[in-house]
Design a protein around this ligand. Structure first.
Ligand SMILES: *Cc1c(COP(=O)(O)O)cnc(C)c1O
Length: 437
């Protein structure tokens, strides 16, 4: 094949074998294990800007960006300075520090529908807490989520979840008693009548609807026109809480997330990824009358030893300040470059006779190996994941690092260059030639 396999892998393989003896699968998050694309997972030694280097000194253009957070690229000097500055004063106090309100101010300025925000340590904690809060507020039990949407690994949300669960081809998770998911209704995405039906069937019993306003966790799948508006109208009418899970889309598809992009006001918003500047942070927020139910003001309990950690807050502040100050430059640029990349690769596929459907919203995108439109989990799951795996390996061998799963969105950041994009399109031409054979 045209893709010559010169990439060294000995060191990554050795490190993987060592880790496998001690850590399940050698990884601390399943999709890192390359299970669905075959081959050896990379051990990353360092990153700078849009590039990363593995333990065998291979260099890659990175379109994973730590699964979304690194919109300013690796080792951004502003973010690094903030972390180092904070670390010199101590890493954690378990008491309030000024930087928590600094980050809160930045988040609230970008999300004007939110009046208060609580910081946690991950997106999982953010959605888990938001669901608990929605139940506390409505005094109802049922929740609606959508097939292929991933909201972290809380028990009640591991039902037809996307991301690694979809990648591994499992419906939920062992260890979650069915009683724990009996109040979770998993409905098809982009289908309002399914939502109407559920609200009719469980009248006055549904606490909330949680949705990824642009799905990233079954690959990138945008909401159809009027779908999010429809969810807003139905939840308003039924007095249920609408939760936008913007862990991925917040500060990604626009500075103010998908709610700014589509001009829709959810009740609660969950965040993570970008707001931590590459450190572990999550957040949930909304109007004061709901958020004031959270302890210590209210009866809904939620806490965290390391929540609001000063290093994480400093990293988040440095990240969000840059995004705020450079928003007029950054968001149009990453949208334009992502468009060039996605269309360039799609054109290469067409020339090679590979059947591909491209989905993109701003700098989130996926090439699905299926000829048909991908609008929900049912259509996404028709993708030829074997062909994706061959494409993935072909790209990797040419120094292009894509998410190691058909069902994960790729990301482009402010540091990617036109040269990166041209190189990637050229690599795709080679990779498609190999896929076809
Ligand atoms: C990544 C993600 C989560 C989970 O966040 P973690 O920090 O991995 O726990 C939740 N929701 C969405 C939409 C995500 O993309």
């Amino acid at each position: 094949m045209a893709v010559t396999m010169t990439r060294k892998t000995e060191q990554s393989r050795r490190l993987q074998q060592r880790a496998e003896g001690m850590i399940p699968g050698g990884v601390n998050s399943p999709v890192r294990a390359f299970g669905s694309v075959a081959g050896d997972p990379l051990f990353i030694i360092r990153g700078k800007g849009s590039h990363i280097w593995d333990a065998d000194e291979n260099e890659y253009i990175d379109y994973v960006g730590s699964w979304g957070p690194l919109i300013l690229g690796h080792a951004d000097s502003g973010v690094l300075d903030a972390i180092l500055g904070a670390a010199c004063n101590g890493t954690s106090f378990g008491a309030s520090t000024p930087s928590e309100a600094d980050l809160a101010e930045l988040v609230l300025s970008a999300f004007p529908h939110m009046q208060k925000v609580r910081f946690v340590n991950s997106g999982t904690e953010a959605t888990m807490s938001a669901i608990r809060l929605a139940r506390a507020y409505t005094k109802r039990k049922y929740i609606i989520k959508f097939e292929g949407c991933y909201h972290g690994h809380a028990d009640c949300l591991l039902v037809k979840a996307g991301s690694g669960v979809a990648t591994l081809g499992i419906p939920g998770s062992a260890g979650v008693p069915e009683e724990f998911t009996q109040f979770t209704l998993a409905l098809p995405f982009n289908n309002l009548s399914a939502v109407e039906h559920a609200f009719h069937k469980f009248k006055h019993q549904i606490a909330c609807v949680i949705v990824e306003p642009v799905v990233g966790n079954m690959g990138c799948v945008p909401a159809a026109d009027d779908y999010l508006v429809g969810l807003r109208l139905i939840t308003e009418r039924e007095r249920a809480v609408l939760i936008f899970d913007e862990v991925m889309t917040g500060f990604r598809v626009a500075f103010g997330g998908a709610q700014e992009l589509y001009n829709i006001k959810p009740d609660l918003t969950t965040m993570g990824k970008i707001i931590g500047g590459g450190l572990p942070v999550g957040a949930y927020g909304g109007p004061a009358d709901i958020m004031d139910l959270v302890a210590p003001l209210g009866p809904m309990y939620q806490a965290g030893t390391l929540s609001g950690n000063p290093l994480a807050m400093a990293a988040g502040c440095a990240m969000l300040k840059q995004l705020r100050d450079r928003r007029a430059e950054i968001y149009p640029k990453i949208d334009r470059l992502s468009g060039e990349l996605v269309e360039g690769v799609a054109a290469a596929a067409k020339d090679a006779g590979a059947k591909l459907t491209s989905n993109r919203v701003g700098s989130m995108f996926t090439w699905f190996f299926t000829p048909d439109p991908v609008t929900n989990w049912e259509s996404a799951s028709k993708s030829d994941t074997e062909a994706f795996g061959r494409f993935f390996r072909g790209m990797l061998d040419q120094g292009i690092y894509l998410p190691p799963s058909q069902y994960e969105a790729a990301f482009l950041g402010a540091v990617h260059t036109r040269e990166d994009v041209q190189k990637t399109i050229a690599a795709a031409k080679e990779a498609f030639a190999a896929v076809g054979r």
